[in-house]
Write a new protein. Sequence first.
Lengths: 168, 236
Amino acid sequence: MEKKLLEQILENTFTKSDLERRLRLLKQYLVKSLFRQVQAGKVTPELLNINSDIASDLEWLKSLPDTFFGHFNRQNLHELLNEMEKLAQNLATIVINLPIEFTEKEIFDIGSKARNIFKNNWLIDIKIDPSLIAGCSLVWDGVIKDYSLRAKIESEKQAILESFKWKK
Amino acid sequence: MLNLPNLNTDILLLITSLIAIVALALYLWQIRKSQKLLEEVEASSLEKIKERSFALLRKAYLKAQDILGKAELESVKVAATSRFTSKKLEEKYQAEIASVVSNMEASFKSEVDKAQKTFASYLEELKQKSGKAQIDSEGLLQQRINQLFDRFETNLAEFLTQTEQKTTSSIELELKAARNLIDTYKQSQLKLIDENIIAMLEKTLSLVLVKKLTLRDQVDLVYEALEKAKVEKFIV
């Protein structure tokens, strides 16, 4: 069940930091919603005074169906969340080094594209490396592969230098 | 000088004396005997005995005189003979000695002459040999000096050639090392220049593309990288 719950979370969560943040947010929300006095009507994050720096997190929380929250109760809350955290830690991560900071939307698009390409619930981890100039480098399973403009220039270095030399 | 005649004379005298003594002893023995006879037959016929004894005495005396005379004669004869013989011997000896001396003188003289001649010839030979040896040694010395000078010349020439070769080769090595150093420096400088060119290019591109490339373009490049990673099976 934890796996299914996690998959549900992963539908709209692509980066490792997002996942960690959202799991924390979920925990906060669930603890407050399950252990406070139950009120009639839908319990919303605003009602529970939960704020997140990232607006999309709240949107995501609100977007989760009631059936999702129905799996949690006071007895199994911590157990489920711990299991989900463990599963989350074991998820494979593609590290993407970018030359500039992208917005949330671009990161969302990249994450979504990666899921489409690899057909897997892998996470992505974004890091910034300005020396890449353009493009990116990928790190997978401890191995780095550079697809950036910098690597391209490096590989075409001789040709570039030849083009600079005076031709007699 | 030999005492042979004297010795013979002494011997003769001795013999003579001995004979005289023997005679005297005989005489005295006879006298004693007669005395005894006298004493024994004293009672009987003293006169006869006395006559007999006197006759005996006389006989003995005569005999002794005879013996003495003979002894004297013999001694004289012997003395004369010995004197003659000794004289003869002396003369003969002196003659012998004179001849021996003269012979020895002659042979000594001849030997001395011979030795002198031999020595003179030896000296002459020695002189010739020393002269020859001197000439030979001078020649040898000259030869050795010439050889020494030749060897010295050869060694010096070799040494100079070797020194020249070593100097040339060390200079060439130095030049080669200097050239290598210059080439290495040139290569390192060129490499540095190339790296600087690339660094400048990268810096320029990073400054320019940040402004020129849109976020969408950047995202497209990331998509491209992800596609390539899938195709290359880098991410599986």
